[in-house]
Every structure is written in C-alpha cells, then in structure tokens.
Design a binder for this molecule. Structure first.
Ligand SMILES: [Zn+2]
Ligand SMILES: [Zn+2]
Length: 378
C-alpha cells in the first residue's frame, strides 16, 4: 500500500471527533478543493481525492473502527462504497470522472479533456532481397497518410474572415454550467459543442482539406533497415503516422519487412544454408568447385573421400546478427550424385574398379519394381 497520510490529519480532526465534525470538515475542504472550483488543477484534484477517501472511511462506523484498530489495511478497501459518498454531497459526476472500476490502493484517473489528439498509426509492408536482409539496407518508401494541409497550413481556411470566433463559447472552446449541490454552486466546464473546443468556426473552408486542416497525401520516409532483419519483422517510425491537424500528435508508422527468397539459399538463425551436388568421382577424388555465397562467388575445396551429407562450413559468411556485428556461417550441404546412365566404356571401367577391390558389382537387376512386373506378366 502506498504511503498515505493519517485520515484524521487529512481532515484536520482529532481522534475523538464525531460524525458531525467529520461531515462539517469534509464539506469545508471539499468546497475548497473541488476540481471544478480549481480549474482542474492536479494538486487540488489529488487533495480532493485524499479528503474524499478519508471521509469515506471515517464516516463509516465499521470502517472507522477497522482503521482505528489496524490502520491502513487491504480489508479497509473491500466493498468500499465510494460512490455513495459523492452522491451524498452531489458529486456523482466526479466519481465517474475520477475513479475507474476499483477504489482502494490505486486511484485511476480518467484522461482529462484538453489533451492533444493523436492521429492513428499506419501499417505498410516493404520488400527487401535476401542479401539486403543479411547486410541491412537504406530504403525510401512511399505511403499515404493524413498530414497537415499545406494550402491553409492547417488553419482550415485561407480566406480573409474565413474563420470566425465561436459565439457559443466566445472563443474559449469551453462552456460553463452552474449546478446546485450541498456544498454550494459548482461550476462545471465542458468542451463547446459548436466549435468542438477550438473556439473557432470555419465559415469559408479551405478547398483542399474542406476545413479539416489535414488531408491524405503521398509521403516518403527513409528507412534504415538493420542487418539481420527477419521476414515479418516490423519497424516503428515514430511520428510518421496520421495527423489530425496542426495541434495534434502524429500516429506512428509501422513497416513490416518482407524478405524475398533467394534461389538455393535458406536461412537458419544467422546461418545461410545451401546445397551443392558433386559426382561420386569428385567425392572420391576430391575437387575444387565454385559456389555462390552472400559475398559473391567463391572457390571451395572438396577433399578426397568426401561423403554424402557432409557439410562444408564457411565461417562468418552468413547473416549479420540483428543489432549486433557477429556474422553467422554459410553451411554447404554436399549431395553426392550417382549416375543413372553409364556408357559401355564407363561400365567396363567401373567393373574393373570393383573387381580390383573384390566387390561383387555389375550383376544387379533393375530392382524390385521390375521383378514384380515380371511376376504379373506370367
Ligand atoms: Zn486546408
Ligand atoms: Zn465554441
């Protein structure tokens, strides 16, 4: 529970005060700190909450007894009927304005009017190549967004006398209403409906934005897409979303990165995977081969006696880790291809090779499948 001041102190009362004293002091203090007589001053608002809470506890016999005995405790705020305190004094609207669902250790304050409006966020996609995702890339993208009108500079009109002061609120953007309550007259201010709080009425609206002060148009933004970015990652560009006019805060732009595939390359973490095919002679005898890497063509060495599924690892030739500098590896998987067709000469050479190693080779049939076919022919 956060630090709280003693409830009796808050109301300026001694511990032996009675209910009449409590009501009297609360009424006096409420009159002084009511937010509507303090122009929404946050300090007064805080004070008003404090005294109201103290009053709510001390005016309830059961709660007061609990408080006297145990001080601040969680149970003090269980089934706490704060609304009835306000309605008792005619502040029903204050309750709605100040407090959310729960009352107790946390007060939730609703957003006060007069805040700057914020435009909505925009989501777009941009495509980059596999290599660009590995190294990072600077890219300019185009998109559509609501922006402050360049014709009227967001004012809503360009004509002389095109904008007049709102007569309903005399240009203040607020209207005041006086209400009777138990603590006297309460003056409430609310946003003027005629002008929407701007204090101005547009008589001759700008043709470009129709008086709104903003309109949709093409925009460009330069993106610095980091190395190591993944397909589907989203970059947030603060303040590049929609505007609601010159006095608003812009929304944000979210750019989803689409990484295009590159034939033969796959990504695994920060490693790049690719395959090469070599013949069984190349595998047995070894060879040098040119392969493609992120950095271009490169000659690699296949050592004699290379086995199928063996891997060659090109260290630090993969993708740069996102927000880092280390590079993954490029892993080349080796496929050994056995020829399916041989010339007579090749067959002879291979038989000679097999004989030399005392391997029984060269008397195989065409496999199980052709044998089965033969069976069914009979
Ligand atoms: Zn305009
Ligand atoms: Zn007005």
């Amino acid at each position: 529970m956060r630090n709280k001041k003693d409830y009796y102190e808050v109301l300026g009362l001694s511990r032996d005060c009675n209910l009449t004293d409590i009501k009297r002091e609360y009424r006096n203090l409420a009159r002084k700190y009511h937010p509507d007589v303090n122009n929404g001053d946050p300090k007064a608002e805080e004070k008003f909450k404090e005294i109201s809470e103290a009053y709510a506890v001390l005016s309830n016999e059961e709660k007061r007894r609990q408080y006297d005995q145990y001080g601040f405790s969680r149970s003090l705020f269980e089934d706490f009927d704060f609304g009835s305190v306000f309605s008792e004094f005619g502040f029903g609207d204050i309750f709605d304005r100040f407090f959310g669902a729960g009352f107790g250790s946390t007060f939730s304050t609703r957003q006060r009017s007069g805040r700057r409006e914020r435009g909505s966020d925009i989501g777009v996609e941009t495509k980059i190549s596999f290599k660009e995702s590995a190294y990072g890339v600077k890219k300019e993208i185009e998109y559509n967004a609501d922006d402050v009108c360049e014709v009227c500079k967001g004012k809503g009109s360009t004509a002389d006398g095109g904008i007049i002061t709102c007569s309903e609120c005399s240009g203040t953007g607020k209207v005041r209403t006086v209400r009777q309550t138990l603590i006297g007259n309460i003056i409430t201010t609310s946003t003027c409906r005629d002008c929407g709080g701007t204090g101005k009425i547009i008589k001759d609206p700008c043709e470009k934005c129709r008086g709104k002060g903003y309109h949709r148009r093409k925009k460009k933004v330069k993106l610095d897409i980091p190395a190591g970015v993944h397909d589907g990652d989203s970059l947030r560009v603060s303040g590049k979303g929609n505007s609601l006019g010159k006095d608003s805060i812009n929304g944000d732009l979210f750019v989803t990165i689409r990484v295009m595939s590159y034939p033969g390359f796959k990504r695994d973490g920060n490693d790049v995977l690719s395959n090469i095919e070599i013949s069984f002679a190349q595998a047995a005898l070894g060879c040098r081969l040119e392969v493609e890497t992120l950095d271009g063509k490169e000659e690699i060495n296949i050592k004699p006696g290379t086995q199928p599924k063996e891997k060659i690892i090109l260290k630090s030739r993969g993708i740069v880790e996102l927000n880092g500098y280390r590079r993954g590896d490029h892993i080349i998987n080796i496929d050994v291809k056995i020829p399916t067709k041989l010339t007579k000469e090749e067959i002879m050479l291979l038989k000679k090779y097999a004989d030399g190693r005392e391997e029984a080779a060269g008397n195989g049939s065409h496999g199980v499948f052709s044998n089965i076919k033969n069976v069914f022919k009979k």
